[in-house]
Ligand binder design. Structure first.
Ligand code: ADP
Ligand code: MG
Length: 667
């Protein structure tokens, strides 16, 4: 094999393919191989290219003449011309004992040797420039590759960040989110373990909230102490590389990187990472983790906020579902945003009202007018009474309207309170008080009338016995006797009401109080009225049979007096679980107008020519004496219903307000 002639032409021209390879090559290795090839054609002998390893002591061969075996790796600590070229970063000429030279040219980038080109050269002076160019190309290629790798790693990290950011913002489950943050932080920085600490509400402790890899020893850290504590106090990242003792096994070294979780300048917590071994965290890790921590802090804050809102909403829902008051929220277009169960019940809403116009559930003009004022901002509060339904379904509602939000029109909150029971109770109380005072007056008068009446009756008897009366006179005396009897009956009734005989209550069946029903049914039949009796379970009560007979008969007779032929009268007995026995007496008669309804129980109130107006007063007093209650519902044209409630045998539970407050009459 003949040694190549030193070439006269410029050897650098031969290197042009190498520079173009630089542009198209996919790796540093490829350029190194081209360099070996090109140097071969440029008059050099055996050439090879080394690349510096990650440490500083070893250079690995990456290219050598095709077909040959790779040269051994260079140990720079062993010295020699190669080591000298790399360490001193200059070209070293080595004289070969078999003749000629070998050039060792460092491939340098930024004052650092990244590789080495070694090639045999017959004429070192003439050929050194070409070797230098080749080394520069190799250096560039190696550097490019590093940059490319770094770039790729960076892009991968950024993509990972983006993905994690998306994932984080898609969960509203705080625990899941925190675990995700710990895991992803470990993944992004190739750490071994990671932990998320959150500041406790007091702010002077960090509480372990999630971890990945290995559970930290302590669940709580004081702000200011340890690595997470320092980061929380300073509000900036901390990177600690464990250099360890020289002889400590690598696995025992611990490197740390911790960044604060900052949101709008406030430290929510700390993200702390740990890696074991010799590779400490780099500034790139820190940078990536800082970006990640900012994203994580935002997501954590949003999730905490969401959780708080959800807790508040749950609380609100719980309150709204148990309050007896109806609550309806309306948007500015009067559409229902929310309606609680009480409001649905009071307004008799049987569908899902949300989204529908409020008019559909409460369309009274006065209500809509009040709503308009509140929504227009003309009024801070409106209240109105609205009666809904009729008869037993009648509800007295107090409706309050308050504005909600700003602007015009604005939304409104409607609060519906049910005063039906209250009003009934009030009416009953008033009635009882009225009856008590009228009763006393009536008793006094009855007494005063009774004596002269007795006197009149005796005088009439005397007159009749004396004889000498004409036929007409006798008939007049008889008429007067009849009238006196009527007056006496009236007074008896009056006294019954005003000074009732004490009740003699004992256990009895309801049927006993309704014994009169057969005779009554016949009377009904004569008038063409149908009578129904439903004794139900015929419950046992505590009562005075005679008084109760009178009570129900009074109600039944009243019904019969007004019910026309073809009508119906019903008496129904039922036993409620709350310890009360209920008796309903209803008819299909003409009903009562509000005025009559209001006074029906007053003594002497009557709408009948022949009436005494005492039937209901007495009924009322009997019920009171039994500790029960009586109510009436009636409307013109819709019949009348009396409801009597009496304590069952064994006594009712609760309802203290219904216990008799009239002292039992004494003899
Ligand atoms: P009286 O029957 O003597 O008129 P009550 O005290 O029994 O006296 O009744 C008072 C009034 O109440 C009656 O005059 C009548 O106007 C009204 N009333 C009572 N029961 C009924 C009924 N079932 N239907 C219509 N009105 C009734
Ligand atoms: Mg009557």
């Amino acid at each position: 094999m003949s040694r190549p002639e030193p070439t006269r032409e410029n050897p650098l021209e031969k290197l042009i393919p190498l520079t173009s390879a630089l542009a198209s090559a996919r790796s540093g290795e490829e350029v190194a191989r081209r360099a070996v090839e090109v140097l071969g054609t440029t008059g050099f002998g055996r050439a090879c290219v080394y690349r510096m390893g990650p440490g500083t002591t070893l250079a690995e061969p990456v290219a050598w003449p095709e077909g040959g075996s790779p040269p051994p790796a260079l140990d720079l600590r062993a010295g020699g011309p190669e080591a000298e070229a790399v360490m001193a970063r200059r070209t070293v000429r080595e004289r070969r004992h078999q003749g000629g030279w070998r050039l060792h040219v460092p491939a340098q980038s930024h004052d650092r040797a990244v590789g080495l080109v070694s090639a045999d050269a017959a004429d070192p002076d003439g050929m050194e420039p070409a070797a230098r160019v080749a080394a520069d190309c190799v250096a560039l290629a190696f550097e490019n590759e590093l940059l490319h790798d770094a770039n790729e790693a960076r892009v991968r990290q950024l993509l990972a960040l983006q993905r994690v950011g998306r994932e984080m913002s898609s969960t509203l489950d705080l625990d899941r989110l925190l675990r995700m943050v710990a895991n992803e932080a470990v993944g992004l920085t190739a750490a071994d373990a990671g932990a998320v600490y959150l500041r406790d509400p007091g702010g002077d402790h960090l509480v372990l909230a999630a971890w990945a890899g290995r559970r930290p020893a302590r669940d709580e850290v004081e702000v200011g102490y340890g690595i997470p504590g320092w980061v929380a106090r300073q509000g900036r990242p901390l990177r600690v590389a464990d250099r360890g003792r020289a002889d400590a096994p690598y696995a025992e070294r611990r490197n740390h990187l911790a960044v604060p979780l900052l949101s709008e300048g406030e430290t929510l917590g700390v993200l702390a990472l740990e890696s074991r071994g010799t590779a400490p965290f780099t500034s790139t890790h820190e940078e990536i983790l800082a970006i990640f921590a900012a994203q994580a802090a935002k997501a954590i804050e949003a999730t905490q906020f969401f959780r708080q809102i959800r807790e508040e909403r749950d609380l609100r829902d719980a309150i709204l579902s148990v309050t007896p008051n109806g609550v309806v929220a309306l948007d500015p277009q009067r559409r229902v945003v929310l309606m609680n169960p009480a409001a649905r019940r009071l307004l008799d809403v049987r569908e899902t009202p949300e989204g529908n116009p409020m008019e559909r559930y409460l369309g009274r003009p006065e209500f809509l007018e009040a709503l308009r004022r509140v929504m227009a901002g003309d009024s801070p509060l409106e209240q109105l009474q609205i009666d809904l339904g009729t008869g037993p379904a009648l509800r007295n509602l107090l409706v309050s309207l308050v504005p909600m939000g700003e602007g015009s029109p604005r939304g409104a909150t409607v609060i519906v309170q049910d005063f039906t029971e209250r009003r009934r109770l009030d009416e009953r109380m008033q009635r009882m008080a009225r009856l008590a005072s009228i009763g006393q007056l009536a008793a006094g008068i009855a007494h005063e009338i009774r004596n002269p009446l007795t006197g009149m009756a005796i005088s009439l008897d005397v007159l009749a016995e004396e004889g000498g009366l004409s036929e007409g006179g006798r008939s007049l005396v008889a008429d007067m006797h009849a009238e006196i009897d009527r007056l006496e009956a009236l007074i008896r009734g009056l006294l019954d009401f005003a000074r009732p005989q004490p009740v003699e209550a004992r256990p009895m069946r309801m049927a006993k109080a309704l014994e009169w029903h057969r005779t009554f049914e016949k009377q009904c039949g004569r008038k063409g009225v149908v009578f129904f009796l439903d004794l139900g379970p015929n419950p046992k009560i505590e009562g005075d049979p005679e008084k109760l007979k009178q009570l129900f008969l009074n109600l039944a007779i009243n019904a019969l007096e007004v019910t026309p032929g073809g009508g119906e009268i019903r008496v129904r007995v039922s036993s409620a679980e709350d310890g009360w026995v209920r008796v309903v007496v209803e008819d299909t008669g003409p009903g009562m107008d509000p005025e009559t309804l209001a006074h029906a129980f007053d003594p002497f109130f009557t709408t009948k020519n022949e009436g005494t107006g005492l039937g209901l007063s007495i009924a009322h007093s009997i019920v009171e004496q039994h500790g029960g209650r009586i109510d009436v519902e009636s409307e013109p044209g819709r019949g009348t219903r009396f409801t009597v409630e009496l304590p069952a045998h064994g006594g009712p539970a609760g309802r203290a307000e219904l216990r008799p407050f009239i002292a039992p009459a004494t003899k």
